[in-house]
Design a protein. Structure first.
Length: 362
């Protein structure tokens, strides 16, 4: 990864700024990513970092295992060298209603979506407590220009999740509190924690290969400016993350909530993955439509099948380089996507169309 989500949209915002006016002069940040890395590396041995490491070391032996998700014994979804994506989208009105419901209950949308994901995983695995990896923006405020720097600033941490509470409100509150607690000790990254766990246990499996990422609630003018001019159907993404089994990403595009679920190909049954995303959607719909959603009792979790094969990720296998041997046909060309976003033909850079760039919402 060479940029994080923030940098991704910052890049396109600047690209479109140059498109609109080729003579644009953007201010150069007084700090670069290399400067940031050097500063953070030095900070790694500070008293604050040592305090966070000590806090984690006291708790590592009490952390739960990853969700024991059943590996398919028959047909699986996707190729083994890639990840397969499923998406859930709420229109702008439903997204606004979800935000309003969260605000009325003094919880964040990230906590609600994360709790829905956690509960859906718990019902699938028959496991009420488990460990997730969470990605988060981690641009430490070392300089006033740091938000204008391109680079892979995202970091990860481990979250101890309880999804076996009696009602959804308790799951939501617990999820939000768990996130707040680990971010208070976020100077130690998830990568460092994984190494600590491996050195203590000697296990070869990745401790937490199930991931949650949310950019909900982040004010990002660069993202909003870029997304408003890009048709999502012009965007093709393919994820290859060998140390991850499932990655749930929550975000907003043009006022609409989007949940992308990427799963390792060749591991899970397609019906199981469809059911996971559908259950997330059911819980979010209940939050939007039911005034008592947070207080309604949840059904008991199913008993796990003792004979099932559990999906894991071997550390050595996750470190093996992946050869990009497959090809994918993209139905819409780069040329046509550029024309849709900018109203200008690549072959005629001097002409700007009077047609406004098409947008997509809802």
């Amino acid at each position: 990864m060479f940029v994080d989500g923030w940098s991704f949209y910052l890049f396109f915002a600047e690209l479109l700024a140059f498109h609109d006016d080729p003579n644009t002069v953007l201010p150069t940040p007084d700090i670069g990513f290399a400067d940031y890395v050097a500063t953070v590396t030095a900070f790694r041995h500070s008293d604050a970092w040592r305090a966070d490491l000590a806090w984690w070391r006291e708790r590592l032996t009490d952390l739960p295992s990853a969700p024991a998700l059943p590996r398919s014994l028959g047909d699986t979804d996707g190729e083994s060298d890639a990840m397969v994506r499923r998406s859930l989208r709420l229109d702008a009105d439903t997204t606004a209603a979800l935000r309003a419901r969260c605000a009325a209950n003094s919880v964040t949308t990230t906590a609600v979506v994360g709790a829905a994901y956690a509960r859906a995983l718990a019902e699938w695995a028959g496991q009420g407590r488990f460990l997730l990896t969470m990605l988060f923006f981690n641009r430490l405020p070392v300089h006033e220009d740091i938000d204008r720097v391109l680079g892979p600033f995202a970091s990860s941490t481990l979250v101890d999740v309880r999804a076996d509470h009696d009602d959804l409100g308790a799951v939501v509150r617990g999820f939000g509190e768990s996130i707040g607690t680990v971010l208070d000790h976020g100077l130690v990254s998830g990568v460092e924690l994984n190494r600590e766990i491996a050195s203590r246990t000697g296990r070869r499996s990745v401790p937490a290969p199930v991931v949650f990422t949310s950019t909900l609630g982040f004010a990002d003018t660069a993202r909003d400016a870029a997304v408003s001019r890009i048709d999502p159907t012009d965007v093709y993404e393919r994820v290859r993350t060998p140390q991850v089994l499932i990655d749930c990403q929550a975000s907003e595009e043009n006022g609409s909530f989007v949940c992308n679920l990427d799963a390792a190909g060749g591991v899970f049954a397609a019906d199981d993955l469809d059911g996971l995303l559908a259950r997330i959607g059911e819980i979010l719909e209940t939050v939007v439509t039911d005034d008592d959603a947070f207080d309604t009792p949840l059904p008991p979790l199913p008993e796990p099948d003792p004979d099932r094969r559990t999906a894991t990720v071997d550390v050595a296998e996750a470190s093996r380089p992946v050869e990009a041997t497959s090809t994918v046909e993209i139905p819409r060309t780069v040329r046509s996507a550029w024309e849709r976003a900018t109203g200008r033909r690549p072959s005629d850079p001097g002409r700007t169309s009077s047609r406004p760039a098409e947008t997509r919402s809802g």
